[in-house]
Design a binder for this molecule. Structure first.
Ligand code: GTP
Ligand code: MG
Length: 204
């Protein structure tokens, strides 16, 4: 039986071609393709990880980075616990567009959302300047990590960091209840009570 203690919804966002779908396949299925198809809608994959003797089921949503499909993805922020904002270390414009994505997070996600910034394709020669990244990280205080979907580099660390942060900031504060707790107040996606309040405020 597929048992777990907590279910966490994680959203991958960022400009087209930065490697969101590749990160997901590499992390969940240990597979990588040099040629991928542009994502046009949204899709998710599930993976269960153990942390502090608890089983965390991660529901990781992959969104479309291309402008034409972006509006479709806005509703997918609902109930999201953590966002992974990806840019491509080899394409400066994808780093410049991080500002756009941060604004989108502010407009669509709950205030207590956890954000991680990812510079992907670190197996290739980098074009984005270290100083620019350092400045952004310092100003925004968002945790940053470099990854390679191709080499499955730092992906475990990235997702473990997210689980750790969710555990520290939400679960230990009693904002979440275990999946198997005898209560129907818990949403399937592990939405916290405060998230629900915020969502109500947005929608009504
Ligand atoms: P959209 O679906 O359009 O938003 O793009 P995406 O962010 O999902 O990018 P995708 O995963 O489709 O990757 C785009 C291209 O980059 C593909 O050719 C991948 O093989 C390549 N790629 C992704 N990650 C890496 C990486 O870490 N290293 C290298 N060398 N190539 C990568
Ligand atoms: Mg994709």
């Amino acid at each position: 039986m597929d048992e777990y203690d907590y279910i966490l919804k994680i959203l991958l966002i960022g400009s087209s071609g930065v490697g969101k779908s590749s990160i997901l396949s590499s992390y969940v299925e240990q597979s990588f393709d040099e040629q991928t198809i542009q994502t046009i809608g949204v899709d998710f994959k599930l993976i269960t990880r153990e942390y502090r003797n608890q089983k965390f089921k991660l529901q990781i949503w992959d969104t479309a980075g291309h402008e034409r499909f972006r509006t479709i993805t806005n509703s997918y922020y609902r109930g999201t616990d953590a966002v992974i904002l990806v840019f491509d270390l080899t394409r400066e414009n994808t780093f410049e567009e991080v500002e756009y994505w941060l604004k989108e997070i502010t407009e669509n996600a709950a205030d207590n959302i956890i954000i991680h910034l990812v510079g992907n394709k670190n197996d290739l020669p980098k074009k984005v300047k270290k100083e620019s990244i350092a400045k952004l990280v310092l100003n925004s205080q968002i945790p940053y990590i470099e990854t390679s979907a191709k080499n499955n580099f730092n992906l475990d660390i990235l997702f473990d960091d997210i689980i750790e942060q969710l555990y520290r900031t939400k679960i230990t504060e009693g904002d979440y209840l275990p999946h198997h707790a005898d209560s129907h107040k818990i949403s399937l996606l592990g939405k916290s009570v405060s998230n629900k309040k915020r969502l109500n405020r947005v929608c009504c």
